[in-house]
Design a protein around this ligand. Structure first.
Ligand code: NI
Length: 263
């Protein structure tokens, strides 16, 4: 941890801190996050059980807010009545978004027609209750864009989580009204397109996240990721943009508060 700078204000806009990876040291991990400047964490559900866990975490920790949703990996296992369940959970005062939802044609853990259907249903719900959406898109950018353009996004907006496309795609997504959230892979030497995106998207559209326990920044590759490491990612992006890490941390926090109506 010594190599990490403490920044005054940071957000981790996407994490899964309810996962078992944190069972041994969850409170210490959250203390490290706070010690490094994290003021806000969005803990994101991937199915009904983890959505419920996200809410429980948010009740225990003032800086944690929750998103509830069905990840494309779980689309085939979405239980009957899941939309009603999500709608009910979304009434909780600390639920600030729906997601993650989307398409994953890289792993294809659910049949594509089911991924599409479950994404579309959640999108309809988000529009109905006007909550921002957290979108997962992997090896399915054209299809994700097509669905979003066809059906439209909630007035409350949304975010492309762990963005992995090029600048052209980022521009298309921003045109739809979405924020672009950058994760640890921006620190990998080979992430040329992502570095370009992180360097050039407008300051009022950028977010930063860990996706912890996954996708740690370069020094921790192969290890567990955690919110404190956001500092490292923010320093990398700030360098790419030629601004101070302190300023970028603050900008991302302000953007997250605006998107999730926490301002
Ligand atoms: Ni995630």
């Amino acid at each position: 941890m010594k190599r990490l700078k403490k920044l005054p204000a940071l957000v981790d806009s996407h994490a899964h801190l309810d996962f078992k990876h944190f069972d041994r040291d969850r409170n210490d991990m959250l203390r490290r996050a706070e010690a490094h400047g994290i003021k806000l964490i969005i803990n994101v559900g991937v199915n009904p059980a983890t959505s419920r866990e996200s809410i429980l975490l948010s009740e225990k920790h003032p800086m944690i807010y929750a998103a509830v949703g069905i990840h494309p990996h779980y689309a085939a296992r979405a239980p009957e009545g899941y939309i009603e369940t999500l709608k009910e959970m979304a009434r909780h005062p600390k639920v600030v978004a729906l997601g993650e939802m989307g398409l994953d044609y890289y792993r294809d853990r659910s049949p594509r027609w089911q991924q599409w259907d479950v994404f579309s249903q959640q999108l309809q719900l988000a529009k109905e209750i006007n909550k921002p959406i957290i979108i997962h898109s992997r090896a399915a950018h054209a299809e994700t864009g097509a669905l979003l353009r066809e059906e439209g996004i909630p007035a409350a907006g949304g975010v492309m989580h762990c963005f992995s496309g090029d600048l052209e795609l980022a521009e298309q997504m921003m045109e739809l009204g979405l924020y672009i959230s950058i994760a640890g892979p921006v620190t990998y030497p080979r992430s040329k397109d992502l570095k370009k995106v992180a360097a050039s998207i407008p300051a009022d559209r950028i977010l930063v996240e860990t996706d912890a326990p996954y996708l740690p920044p370069a020094p921790w590759r192969g290890k567990r990721n955690e919110p404190a490491y956001t500092t490292y990612t923010v320093e990398e992006i700030a360098t790419l943009r030629g601004i101070a890490a302190e300023d970028l941390g603050r900008i991302c926090l302000d953007n997250a508060r605006r998107l999730f109506s926490l301002a």
